[in-house]
Design a binder for this molecule. Structure first.
Ligand code: UN1
Length: 512
């Protein structure tokens, strides 16, 4: 245990007694399926957790519904003060939690710390927001009337999160939902349950110290069945789900059928356009980090490079030599650039995608390979790969959650933008150029169709202050910063008559 995992687990309060679902401090016993969490870093068992059953779900919903009645009455800024303390607690546990994220998920320790930093930042954002959940006031068309709007708490927010950001995406949702007066029910990915249990401890201590009712911060361990219960449940007015497009369609359909709200953040197929006017050194760093960071398992990972024909060969050979220098290995060892994929299933999907691409005509620039031998015992390590393709290949149109980068050549900027948009997904996009006409065209209404469009920055590594999400098969939802909070509240328009008559709107006369 040279990286101190056992100590980190201890510091985070993880012990056999609490490996399951919880309404806060109450850990619910259940006879649901046992999930074993193995580290993709070294293949070792981290711990076993028990899935919640349908009864567990019911118990949690009952407690959460009760908790909502009191939590919604706590003044917004007071709720913000509690979220401020959650942020403080996360600062205290940053190294331990960052290490556990790295060990259970497989991203580098630096990225694990970065993920916890995102949680801290969204708590800070939410504290400020707790005093700024503004509505507008309007001028009434009637005399002695006043109109305004308010945002009120919504209820139980169901949060379904993915393995790749096992804790930050939960924090984006819950920090906002809590200051908005909602209570949260979190179903973490079954691939990363231990980090979720760690978060439950961190927040619960704060909630209990502040005398908050049991049931404001709920955790349920489970698979798609739990997601289905939430999606079909009228008592959960908002389901916020991050994951694959397939999962998102199922959630969206079920929530839509009962006219609930779904916030969906699904797959991406993110491209960087590298213009002949680009700063090539900068482009290279952006492209390589975007493609191999988190082993290509970010929603915002760079999947495609659309490169101008004049610089294409140059960029290709620079990428090739950059890839030769990449060190692949244990993510907790800070000298490595690339860690493992989440599990061997993901490795199979990586191999399958490479095979499919070759069958469709992709040409090897840096060939992929599943790594074995010393340090690679978990079977989850792969070599980041690069292929030359055409954008219409089926495999290029599809999001493979692995470090596979596709190169596509273009002649003029209009074509480059059309290629960038010509995929089913619409999350993140970028252009590398120092030419203002190109960058403005890319950002204009005729430009990128993605939720995120960057200039001289790669596709990944979004800051929490902006609204995060995308269009088309990415699902349309926005979480995190800007005014994303509004989806966590119900909006009410109020008209007040302080006069002695009852004039009707639109000048309608109704006399008797
Ligand atoms: C995700 O992959 O689901 O922009 C979230 C980024 C991160 C968040 C990614 N801030 O890469």
């Amino acid at each position: 245990d040279k990286f101190g995992i056992a100590q980190a687990l201890k510091n985070l309060g993880i012990e056999e007694l609490n490996m399951g679902s919880s309404t806060g401090s109450n850990w619910i016993k259940s006879n649901g399926a046992v999930i074993e969490s193995y580290s993709p870093a070294d293949g070792k068992l981290i711990g076993k957790v028990t899935s919640g059953s349908e009864e567990t779900y019911e118990e949690i919903i009952k407690t959460a519904s009760e908790a909502f009645k009191s939590w919604r009455l706590v003044p917004g800024p007071k709720r913000g003060e509690i979220v401020r303390q959650v942020g403080e607690a996360l600062r205290e546990h940053k190294e331990d939690l960052g290490k556990l994220v790295s060990y259970e998920m497989g991203k580098s320790y630096q990225e694990g710390l970065g993920e916890v930093q995102e949680m801290i930042d969204i708590c800070d954002f939410a504290v400020g927001l707790s005093r700024q959940m503004y509505g507008l006031t309007m001028h009434s068309e009637r005399p002695s009337h006043r109109m305004y709007e308010q945002y009120h708490p919504l209820g139980i927010v169901g949060i379904i999160s993915a393995f790749n950001f096992p804790v930050a995406v939960w924090a984006w949702n819950s920090a906002l939902a809590w200051v908005c007066g909602d209570v949260c029910l979190w179903k973490p990915s079954e691939k990363t349950p231990i980090t979720a249990i760690a978060c439950q401890h961190i927040t619960d201590k704060v909630f209990r110290a502040n005398g908050v009712a049991e049931g404001v911060n709920n955790l349920i361990i489970g698979d798609a069945k739990i997601g289905q219960l939430m999606s079909n449940d009228k008592r959960v007015p908002l389901v916020s789900a991050t994951g694959s497009t397939r999962m998102g369609k199922a959630v969206g359909e079920a929530v839509g059928a009962r006219l609930g709200r779904a916030l969906l953040e699904l797959g991406g197929n993110n491209a960087i356009i590298i213009s002949k006017h680009a700063d090539l050194d900068m482009s290279l760093i952006g492209a390589v980090f975007g493609a191999v960071g988190t082993a290509g398992q970010r929603c915002t990972s760079t999947r495609r490079l659309i490169i101008h024909e004049d610089i294409y060969e140059d960029v290709k050979s620079k990428l090739k030599s950059a890839y030769e220098q990449l060190k692949i290995g244990n993510p907790l060892d800070e000298s490595n650039h690339v860690g493992p994929l989440i599990d061997t299933l993901a490795v199979d999907m990586y191999s399958e995608a490479i095979k499919k691409g070759k069958a469709e005509g992709s040409k090897v620039v840096v060939d992929g390979e599943v790594l074995s031998g010393e340090g690679y015992e978990s079977g989850c390590y792969v070599k980041p790969a690069i292929y030359e393709v055409e954008n219409h290949f089926e495999i290029v149109q599809h999001e493979t959650f692995a470090p596979i980068l596709y190169l596509i050549k273009y002649k003029n900027i209009e074509d480059a933008i059309a290629i960038q948009n010509d995929v089913p997904q619409g999350l993140s996009s970028a252009i590398m150029t120092q030419n203002m006409r190109e960058s403005e065209m890319f950002l204009s209404h005729g430009g990128s169709d993605c939720g995120i469009a960057n200039v001289n920055i790669g596709t990944s590594g979004a800051e929490i202050g902006g609204a995060f999400g995308g269009e088309k098969e990415t699902g349309g939802g926005r979480e995190s910063g800007s005014d994303a909070w509004k989806v966590y509240m119900r909006r009410q328009t109020n008209t007040i008559n302080f006069g002695t008559d009852l004039p009707l709107a639109q000048g309608i006369k109704f006399e008797f």
